[in-house]
Design a protein around this ligand. Structure first.
Ligand code: ADP
Ligand code: MG
Length: 268
C-alpha cells in the first residue's frame, strides 16, 4: 500500500491532470487505486474525471452520509473520493475528521495506491499529507516562476522527507525536462542538503490534446490512450511501480490504509 502525495509550489501546473491520469494508468496496470481530491481551494477531480458525485468528503464529515456513499467508482480498480472546495471543511475537528476518514477508507479493503491531489503551496494540510505519505511527487512546469516555487516546495519538503520525486509537466522535450531536473537537483544538493534524494519520475509534454481533453471532460490516458502525453503518463506510472520493487520485494510499503491515517493523525 502506497500513499502518494502530489503537490506543487505553483498552482495550475497540472497536479490534478496528472493525479487523475496517473491513477487511471495504475488501475489499468491492475493496481487498486483510490484518488482523494484534497484541494480545498479547487476540488475539481469530478470535472476532470467526468463524473457527478452526489456527495463529497464534507458530507461524510458532517455525518450525513457514510464514507462508502461518497466514493465514486471510476472503474473496477479506480475509486474517487470527491473533495470539497472551501474553508468549511477546515471547521471540522481535524482529529475526528481524519479518524472518520481512515475508518471509511479501510472499507476499500486491499488498496495498492492512495493518491492525494493537493492544493498548491505549503499549508498545514499539505504538510500533514507529505509527512504521512510514502511517496511525495512535486510537479512543476518549465516557466521560471513555477521552477522558483518548485524549489521552495523542495526546500520545505526536504525538512520532512529525504526522498522526493519530481515530474516536469508542459515541457517542450525530454531534453528540456532533463535540463530543468538537473538544475533543480544541483541547487537542491548545494543549498538545501547534500543528502536529499531528488528523483526524476518523468515528464509530460505540453500538448493541446491535454488541454482539449480537460475541456471535453475526457481523460487523456483513457480517451487518447495512444497519444504521446498518455504514453508519458504511462511511463510515470511504470516508474512509480518499479520504484516499489527491489529484488521483487515491495519497498516502502505500509500494511494498510489505517497506518497512513494514524500517521496523519499524529501530525495534528
Ligand atoms: N501537459 C499539458 N499540456 C497542456 N495543457 C496541460 C498539461 N497539463 C495540464 N494542462 C492544463 O493546465 C490546466 C491546469 O491543470 P491542472 O491539472 O488543473 O493544474 P493544478 O491541479 O496543478 O492546478 C488545465 O487546463 C489542463 O488542461
Ligand atoms: Mg488541481
Amino acid at each position: 500500500m502506497r500513499f502518494v502525495t502530489i503537490t506543487s509550489g505553483k498552482g495550475g501546473v497540472g497536479k490534478s491532470t496528472i493525479s487523475a491520469n496517473l491513477s487511471y494508468m495504475l488501475s489499468i496496470y491492475g493496481y487498486k487505486v483510490a484518488l482523494f481530491d484534497a484541494d480545498i481551494g479547487l476540488a475539481n477531480q469530478d470535472i476532470i474525471l467526468g463524473v457527478k458525485p452526489q456527495y463529497t468528503i464534507l458530507d461524510v464529515m458532517k455525518g450525513e452520509v457514510s464514507f462508502e456513499e461518497c466514493v465514486v467508482k471510476i472503474n473496477n480498480n479506480f475509486f474517487l473520493i470527491p473533495g470539497e472546495s472551501g474553508e468549511e471543511i477546515l471547521e471540522f475537528d481535524n482529529e475526528e475528521l481524519l479518524e472518520n476518514f481512515y475508518k471509511g477508507v479501510e472499507s476499500f479493503g486491499e488498496l495498492d495506491f492512495l493518491i492525494i491531489d493537493t492544493g498548491a503551496g505549503i499549508g498545514e494540510t499539505v504538510r500533514s499529507f507529505i509527512k504521512a505519505s510514502t511517496d511525495t511527487i512535486i510537479i512543476t512546469a518549465p516557466d521560471p516562476s513555477a521552477i522558483m516555487d518548485a524549489y521552495s516546495m523542495i526546500k520545505y519538503s526536504a525538512k520532512i522527507k529525504d526522498e522526493l520525486y519530481l515530474v516536469l509537466n508542459r515541457v517542450k522535450s525530454k531534453k528540456e525536462a532533463n535540463e530543468i531536473f538537473k538544475k533543480l537537483q544541483n541547487v537542491a544538493k548545494k543549498h538545501i542538503q547534500e543528502s536529499i534524494e531528488l528523483q526524476f519520475l518523468g515528464f509530460v509534454e505540453n500538448s493541446s490534446l491535454v488541454e482539449e481533453a480537460t475541456k471535453k471532460r475526457e481523460l487523456i490516458a483513457k480517451d487518447h490512450a495512444s497519444s504521446i502525453p498518455a504514453l508519458q503518463i504511462g511511463d510515470i506510472a511504470k516508474k512509480l511501480t518499479n520504484s516499489l520493487t527491489k529484488d521483487g520485494e515491495h519497498i516502502k510499503e505500509t500494511p494498510n490504509i489505517a497506518i497512513f491515517f494514524k500517521r496523519l493523525l499524529q501530525q495534528i
